[in-house]
Design a protein around this ligand. Structure first.
Ligand code: IPE
Ligand code: MG
Length: 244
């Protein structure tokens, strides 16, 4: 009997379960084109929507996005107000899209210093998408990792810690998410800037030079190819590898 094996879809690639993006370079992108920073934020926000949907299409289950740090509030009032308005507009518009795409939105960040309108719109988005099962989008807005750890500590300190291990800590973070597998920061900056320090303990890091508004599907695929090449050992040794 002749067996004919037809291989379909041979483009199998290792995909991160939890990917995170530190959105960076919106301002420089705009400046290079002779526009003001707001123009860059608008372009970045449009790209964010496209790239998020693309990520879930690629099979990523959790996507964390650093869209605003607590420290970003030190910027000019004009820039911060622009960002707040942009968030309200995009969050309201996204309700329908994420319902259609079955994406659940969760929020990481603090309420302090956020205008009520921003807080309401992001909460609305989380509430309307809470039963969706097609992927989790963790929006880090007015977020600080050190603050998150402090907030977790306040909840943990009252517990009986005898049988408490490092993995139990994640239950007390803003959201109980799996570890980050792949962390990308656009624009060529190579630092974490107080972003998910606990969750990124074993993340593979990637720092493309591309400014975020130009981080399109092609750049995203390039990033995934880079991730697929990484040999993750988590402190162990791969004895099968002849280089060891
Ligand atoms: C990232 O772009 C967006 C936010 C922090 C809100 P930047 O605004 O940091 O852009 P650059 O780094 O000035 O180019
Ligand atoms: Mg920046």
């Amino acid at each position: 009997m002749i067996c004919i094996i037809i291989t379909l879809g041979c483009d199998y690639m290792k995909i991160p379960n939890h990917m995170a993006i530190i959105v960076d370079g919106n301002g420089r992108w705009a400046k290079e084109r002779g526009f003001n920073r707001s123009f860059g934020h608008k372009a970045g926000s449009e790209n964010l929507e496209k790239i998020s949907l693309y990520a879930f299409k690629k099979g990523i289950k959790y996507l964390s996005l650093y869209v605003l740090s607590c420290d970003n509030l030190k910027r000019s009032k004009e820039e911060v107000d622009f960002l707040f308005n942009l968030f309200v507009k995009t969050f309201n518009a996204k309700k329908k899209i994420y319902a259609k795409e079955n994406i659940k939105v969760v929020i990481s960040g603090i309420k302090e210093n956020l205008p009520e309108e921003v807080f309401q719109s992001i909460n609305d988005l989380a509430e309307t998408t809470k039963n969706n099962t097609g992927g989790v989008l963790n929006l880090c807005l007015n977020y600080s990792s050190r603050r998150e750890i402090l907030d977790a500590y306040k909840k943990i300190k009252a517990l009986d810690l005898d049988n408490f291990g490092p993995n139990d800590i994640s239950k007390y973070m803003y959201n109980d998410l799996p570890d980050i597998d792949f962390l990308v920061r656009t624009s060529g900056e190579m630092r974490l800037s107080d972003f998910m320090l606990f969750q990124a303990s074993y993340a593979e890091l990637y720092f493309p030079k591309t400014y975020f508004p130009d981080f399109d599907e092609k750049e995203f695929d390039k990033a995934l190819e880079e991730y697929a090449k990484r040999d993750r050992r988590f402190g162990g040794i791969n004895y099968e590898d002849k280089n060891n």
